[in-house]
Design a protein around this ligand. Structure first.
Ligand SMILES: NC(=O)c1ccc[n+]([C@@H]2O[C@H](COP(=O)([O-])OP(=O)(O)OC[C@H]3O[C@@H](n4cnc5c(N)ncnc54)[C@H](OP(=O)(O)O)[C@@H]3O)[C@@H](O)[C@H]2O)c1
Length: 238
């Protein structure tokens, strides 16, 4: 039973699909769908809230509105590049400090601030999950192709934070699970410019990916806490 779930990035492709699937699950009571703009959701189980990752006080307000113990926090926000900004770097000479700082702010610092204000809301006496969408390309061990310097670095740093949070919660919240997740390659606005080389059977819909990810989370145990897991449940080395 999930009494209280919070999904950050509910306006996103994967985030929106997660909200819809949690709402359709009879074992989930309330879903707080949090995004930069209010999104209309079909179910009365869904409460819409607004925030911006760049504004810590807006995250504090969301935490206050949610109020109660939270069984599941799902951070589904993220950024690969800005339409009007430079493309993901293929070489060191393309690194742009402003674009890099923005990716770190969205992909690393924002989720860290959510953890700052939401880890204390996890219940101590029952199972809880703090999950964040990372990416396989954030794995240092798995990096053979290189490129996408800022995105990879921001996700590698997120992965490190998730390990730290798992260690931090181990004693006070023995049933908590902290998980970084790779959703597969998913047909969303984020991946749209980079889908050309992806075979159709390897390009998931958001609904497919959200279903896989919720299934992975349901199967994780506290012993798995701190890991990076792919959509099919396999553990990706950091
Ligand atoms: N799609 C893929 O193939 C893929 C692969 C690997 C990993 N991922 C990861 O999965 C996550 C979700 O990606 P997606 O594909 O669902 O992308 P998406 O559809 O572009 O969704 C991104 C979400 O992040 C939110 N966001 C961005 N900047 C924000 C900010 N400053 N404050 C608050 N919210 C902010 C967006 O809000 P707005 O709607 O307001 O812009 C949107 O809700 C990302 O972390 C991405 O790195 C995706």
């Amino acid at each position: 039973m999930i009494r209280n779930a919070v999904v950050f990035g509910a306006s996103g492709g994967i985030g929106g699909a997660l909200v819809a699937q949690l709402a359709a699950d009879p074992s989930v009571a309330t879903i707080h769908a949090v995004s930069r703009r209010t999104v209309d959701h079909a179910s009365s189980k869904i409460k819409s809230l607004t925030f911006d990752l760049a504004d810590e006080s807006s995250i504090v307000l969301v935490a206050r509105s949610v109020g109660d113990a939270v069984d599941m926090v799902f951070v589904a926000t993220g950024m690969l590049h800005r339409d009007t900004g430079p493309a993901p770097e293929k070489a060191a000479r393309s690194i742009d400090p402003v674009a890099m700082a923005e990716l770190l702010a969205v992909n690393t610092i924002g989720p860290a601030l959510i953890a700052k204000h939401f880890l204390p809301l996890l219940p101590r006496d029952r199972r809880s999950v703090f999950a964040a969408l990372s990416a396989r390309v954030g794995s240092i061990a798995d990096n053979r192709l290189g490129g996408w310097h800022s995105y990879r670095a921001s996700k590698a740093a997120l992965n490190m934070l998730m390990v730290n949070f798992a260690v931090e919660l181990r004693r006070t919240h023995p049933q908590a699970i902290v998980a970084a997740l790779h959703p597969g390659t998913v047909d969303t606005a984020l991946s749209a410019p980079f889908q050309r080389s992806v075979p159709p059977e390897k390009l998931f819909t958001s609904t497919q990916s959200a279903g896989y990810l919720l299934r992975v989370l349901a199967q994780l145990t506290p012993e798995d806490s701190g890991g990076l897991f792919a959509w099919d449940g396999t553990r990706i080395p950091y």
